[in-house]
Design a binder for this molecule. Structure first.
Ligand SMILES: Nc1ncnc2c1ncn2[C@@H]1O[C@H](COP(=O)(O)OP(=O)(O)OP(=O)(O)O)[C@@H](O)[C@H]1O
Ligand SMILES: [Mg+2]
Length: 198
């Protein structure tokens, strides 16, 4: 399994986190419960009920401020998929976009983009940044759009963590991308304490 986790690019820091361990840490934090329950639902039944629209979605967005536990709560979902024999990629969004842009020179961009488009499950970690004021560059927006649009059109699940709300995400990545994310994913907030500051 360790080999599979490395192959899917799951960072070492997050490999050992489980839903049980976050439940234990968040025992007095009702603000984290909906997020943990949503990941559990995704793992056990394969879809998540959106708290607002009550529709069932194949993907999940965990949104909230820094250090609330979004990435460590979401990672067990992709780990589960790998354990089930599915293919998966854990993608740090900034690194991914940077790698695609560097690939323009050595011709590896398309290959990298297609891998993320077609893999069974992706985790997009840290989509956007609230400390960034305004829009992404056109090229960065286009890369994210191509990824999201392909997966949306083909019904392939996306697991996303972000510290943006829907409006901020639309300002950063464009309405077309965010519309597709909203249609494919349940949007669940994760609040409570900053666990990094403990
Ligand atoms: N499943 C888990 N089990 C135990 N502890 C966890 C778990 N998930 C997160 N934590 C703890 O909370 C800390 C912050 O978690 P995480 O990195 O997931 O936050 P985040 O909400 O993704 O933050 P950011 O927005 O800055 O990326 C971790 O370093 C870890 O100490
Ligand atoms: Mg994170």
């Amino acid at each position: 399994m360790e080999k599979l986790f490395v192959g899917a690019c799951i960072p070492a820091h997050f490999r050992s986190f489980t839903l049980d361990s976050i439940r234990q840490r968040a025992i007095n934090e009702p603000e984290k419960k909906a997020a943990i329950d949503a990941v559990e639902q995704w793992i056990t039944v394969g879809y998540v009920e959106d708290p607002v629209t009550k529709r069932y979605k194949s993907g999940l967005v965990l949104a909230g401020d820094y250090g609330r536990g979004k990435t460590g709560t979401m990672t067990p979902a992709i780990r589960h998929s790998l354990e089930q024999g599915k293919s998966g990629l854990w993608i740090e969004v900034t690194d991914f976009v940077g790698a695609i842009q560097s690939g323009y020179r050595d011709g590896t961009s398309l290959e990298r983009l297609e891998a993320a488009q077609k893999v069974d499950v992706i985790l997009l970690d840290d989509l956007g940044d609230k400390s960034r004021d305004g829009a992404e560059t056109d090229d960065r927006r286009r890369i994210i759009y191509q990824l999201v649009n392909y997966r949306h059109n083909n019904g392939l699940p996306m697991l996303i963590t972000t510290n943006l709300n829907g409006q901020q995400m639309a300002a950063q990545f464009g309405g077309r991308t965010v519309e597709r994310i909203m249609e494919s994913c349940a949007w669940v907030s994760m609040g409570g304490r900053n666990l990094r500051r403990e």
